[in-house]
Design a protein around this ligand. Structure first.
Ligand code: ATP
Length: 249
């Protein structure tokens, strides 16, 4: 992958994302600065996954907008559970899916694309797994595979949904090293995380969400005890059946 990066920012203006009438993210404004490393945290149901999908252009806003600076490329690491492990597909083919956006799904596979996918598998510690069916992988290996698919996309902005979920300490450390490398290369990285110790250690910026934005800025300030309490109370104030802008007072 090239070490030269275009600076890439993602700007949100009064962004509201819903599932039908059901609110998920509510009036969010701010900017993921070029080259920043940001954690998105918040209680279950706070809207974190919906926000990542909105940033990736996979969820149309109900209100407001997301603007991507320049011609930056954006790539999403979805939650591991989104991969259908019962489907009979080999690891190399999963990684090649990362190239579809640029090459098309039904085009003849070029030798250089195949070589990039093989290289990406090796980079995540899955060298030799090219022909292994995905159903035969452990959880940690599956997460490594999704990182390889992300790697071949060579994106300027990387969106990671619970990237260290259900993986052991060694896998977590290996994948975290990749995240640090991406940050070091000047890419903009945004990750949904639940481990607040990890966030405090590794992520300079944090967005704390509870459908409404609670705080967004330097991690120590965003994760203050007062902000975390506010996030919990805000999450509880949203009844599950509430409509847009209808949280309890
Ligand atoms: N497809 C859907 N249809 C209807 N409601 C949905 C859908 N997906 C998510 N929601 C609702 O939107 C809200 C936000 O969900 P989301 O998955 O974005 O939260 P999250 O912060 O990622 O949660 P978690 O930490 O549990 O993964 C929740 O109340 C959820 O029930």
């Amino acid at each position: 992958m090239s070490a030269r990066r275009k600076p890439a920012a993602l700007r949100l203006e009064n962004l509201t994302l819903t599932h039908g009438r059901h609110p998920a993210v509510h009036h969010l404004s701010g900017c993921f600065a070029p080259g920043s490393l940001t954690a998105i945290v918040g209680p279950n149901g706070a809207g974190k996954t919906t926000l990542l999908r909105g940033l990736a252009g996979l969820h149309r806003p109900e209100g407001g907008r997301v603007s991507l600076q320049g011609e930056a490329r954006i790539a999403l690491l979805p939650q591991m559970a989104s991969l259908d492990r019962a489907f009979p597909i080999a690891c190399l083919d999963v990684v090649m899916q990362g190239l579809w956006a640029r090459s098309g799904a039904f085009r003849e596979i070029r030798a250089e694309d195949r070589a990039r996918a093989v290289q990406a598998l090796a980079a995540v510690g899955l060298g030799g797994f090219e022909r292994r069916p995905v159903g035969s992988l452990s959880a940690g290996q599956t997460q490594r595979l999704l990182f390889a698919r992300l790697l071949v996309q060579d994106a300027d902005i990387l969106l990671l949904d619970e990237p260290f979920n259900a993986v052991d300490a060694k896998t977590s450390a290996d994948l975290l090293r990749l995240v640090r490398d991406w940050h070091g290369e000047g890419r903009t990285v945004v990750a949904v995380l639940h481990d607040l110790d990890l966030v405090a250690r590794e992520f300079p910026e944090t967005l704390l969400l509870a459908r409404d934005p609670i705080a967004w800025g330097p991690t120590a300030e965003a994760l203050s005890a007062a902000n975390r309490l506010k996030a919990r109370m805000m999450a509880e104030a949203w009844a599950d059946e509430a409509g847009r802008c209808q949280r309890a007072a």
